[in-house]
Design a binder for this molecule. Structure first.
Ligand code: PLP
Length: 431
């Protein structure tokens, strides 16, 4: 197990909490999902691989067969390319990406004027330099990319994005035809290569909404519009984890996998992680800093929102909302300590929260000093994999407690929490 850069490396030795990421679980999840997909797949590693650490996750996924990497922002893609270069992962060559020479797609294409895009060192020229694939939803994005390509003397690889019903990025039906014609002209001029047509599903985590079928119809309309402009892109892609799992028709040429790789379900109400055969890869743990008794009637934390009903043992956990623990977890967030489930009591502070350790048993005969149920230094697990360690809460439990989704629980984990890596830890090692 080793801490990695990107967070506060020195914190690994003076740590108050750590996220232990099981790369063996990620490789397992990749195999399960890739087998279900039966198509090439992209490892979506945006937002520092959903909080798990971009380089270890990306290289694990490449070893597990990913031929594409996906990130949202251009800055993330450039950062990832630099890490891969330093790690010796080859740059893409030719039209068929492989795990050794993966393609990287980034989909938040910055808004630049043609002059800004053509300027030396512009973000889009850096993107060309890094051999990234770029998403294009609008004519102005296309113009900026073409200007950068002209200045760079290198054709840009682009994926045209059609809006199939999410109403987020992408060209709506009436805008796609002029975009496709302009892209064809830029391709004929040697400035771009239209390698992809793509979109994103808005309700793929639901089985029977009818939404995904509508997305697919609009996607096929988009294919026809491109064909009329003489464009037949090699990579048509629409599905993320939910689409892959629950809407096989959406798999097309490539699937973009995020949450499932991390062992979490896109929608636990549709199927849980365990039902999908996935293993949650992140365990967030800390250590009790202090254990003490408080008397019945004593309030806990800011605002005194929780009051002890009896004489009570409480424990102090040194992570807080600055580390990504949601304040919405007040008096709800589940934790596991000393072999038991308990929970946050009172408000979550910036750097710490308090947990309940149960009533003080004062009615022993003969009277003996009460024994605390846990001690300073005991490990506290906020979330992990209950199959590896029975009883531990999951990111899904935290999501339910906080009124959010598992994606947000893991992704919001802060930079003060060092990530360390367990290469396929066994059950014994994890206890
Ligand atoms: C985040 C994202 C994905 C991955 O989605 P998951 O539900 O995590 O699998 C795929 N495509 C796009 C465009 C995304 O933004």
């Amino acid at each position: 197990m080793g801490a990695t850069a990107g967070h506060f490396p020195e914190a690994a030795t003076a740590t108050t909490a750590q996220a232990v990421v099981d790369l063996g679980a990620i490789a397992h999840n990749a195999r399960v999902l890739a087998q279900a997909a039966g198509t090439p797949w992209m490892a979506v590693v945006k937002a520092d691989a959903y909080g798990h650490g971009i380089l270890p996750v990306a290289t694990t996924c490449l070893r597990a067969g990913a031929t594409w990497l996906g990130v949202a922002q251009l800055a993330e893609a450039l950062h990832l390319r630099a890490l891969l270069d330093a790690d010796g992962v080859a740059r893409p060559a030719g039209d068929v990406p492989t795990p050794l020479t993966p393609r990287t797609l980034t989909w938040i294409t910055p808004v630049l004027t043609a002059a800004e895009a053509a300027a030396p060192g512009s973000p889009l020229r850096q993107a060309l330099d890094a051999e990234l694939d770029l998403s294009v939803s609008t004519l102005s994005q296309l113009e900026a990319i073409a200007a950068a390509a002209q200045a760079q003397g290198q054709a840009a690889r682009i994926h045209l994005k059609v809006d199939t019903g999410m109403s987020r990025a992408g060209a709506v039906a009436q805008d796609l035809a002029p975009l496709a014609v302009a892209a064809r002209q830029a391709q004929d001029a040697g400035l771009v290569q239209v390698v992809g047509l793509w979109s994103h599903l808005s309700r793929a985590d639901e089985l029977t909404s009818g939404s995904t079928e509508e997305h697919l119809r609009r996607f096929q309309d988009g294919e026809r519009v491109l064909a009329e402009a003489g464009l037949r892109p090699q990579f048509r892609h629409l599905a993320a984890t939910g689409g892959l799992l629950w809407h096989p028709a959406a798999r097309l040429d490539l699937v973009r996998l995020g949450i499932g790789l991390y062992g979490l379900s896109p929608n636990p109400a549709t199927a849980t992680s365990a039902e999908l055969g996935l293993r949650p890869a992140m365990r967030l743990e800390s250590r009790l800093l202090q254990v003490k008794q408080i008397p019945a009637g004593q309030a806990v934390s800011y605002g005194g929102t929780w009051t002890a009903s009896t004489d009570r043992w409480v424990g102090l956990v040194p992570v807080g909302y600055a580390d990504g623990i949601p304040r919405a977890a007040a008096s709800l967030g589940p934790v596991w300590v000393a072999g038991q489930r308990t929970q946050v009591i009172g408000k979550v502070c910036m750097d710490q929260f308090v947990i309940d350790l149960g009533p003080v048993d004062a009615n022993t005969e003969p009277p003996v000093p009460p024994v605390p149920p846990a001690q300073a230094g005991d490990r506290v697990i906020l979330w992990g994999d209950p199959n590896a360690l029975p009883g531990v809460p999951t990111a899904d439990d935290w999501a339910t407690a906080c009124g959010t989704i598992n994606y947000e629980i893991v992704t919001r984990l802060g930079v003060r929490v060092p990530r360390s890596y367990a290469p396929g830890a066994t059950k014994e090692e994890q206890v």
